[in-house]
Unconditional design. Structure first.
Length: 145
């Protein structure tokens, strides 16, 4: 019996669907980031820090060096990958399919370990998380054909 896990994710939500051999895929798990989802306007919304120039004493604001929202998305990708790795070690699945929007798919690929990579049998660069279950099931089946 071959068990295939289908990870359907975006930057804020993820679902694991399971397919045993040729059966219909069924939703098994819903995952969310450990940090609370925030909108871009809420991240780093405090006033920027201030810096004083040593030469003339002028004050200037200091902007963050990284896109904080993008950092949260990368962190969620790391959390998902850690979950997949832990589940793999527990022999929960034999094959993996990943469906995510382009940016999230890139984050997930960059986190993927050498043990996990060979199990990925298909990928789709699509945002399907918010589809109704029946439509999502049809999309998954079309990808697995």
């Amino acid at each position: 019996m071959t068990k295939t896990w289908i990870l359907v994710a975006d930057a804020h939500h993820a679902e694991i669907w399971v397919r045993q051999d040729r059966e219909q895929p069924e939703k098994a798990n819903v995952l969310a980031p450990t940090s609370q989802h925030r909108f871009a306007r809420e991240i780093g919304s405090d006033k920027p820090g201030r810096a004083i120039a040593s030469s003339d004493g002028h004050h200037a604001s200091v902007e963050p060096h990284a896109d904080l929202l993008e950092s949260e998305h990368r962190q969620f990708a790391r959390e998902l990958t850690a979950f997949l790795e832990k589940s793999l070690a527990e022999h929960c699945y034999d094959r993996l399919v990943v469906i995510a929007p382009p940016k999230m798919l890139g984050h997930l690929r960059s986190c993927r370990s050498p043990k996990l990579a060979p199990l990925v049998v298909a990928e789709a660069s699509k945002d399907l998380v918010k589809l109704p279950a029946e439509e999502l099931r049809a999309e998954i089946l079309a990808l697995l054909v």
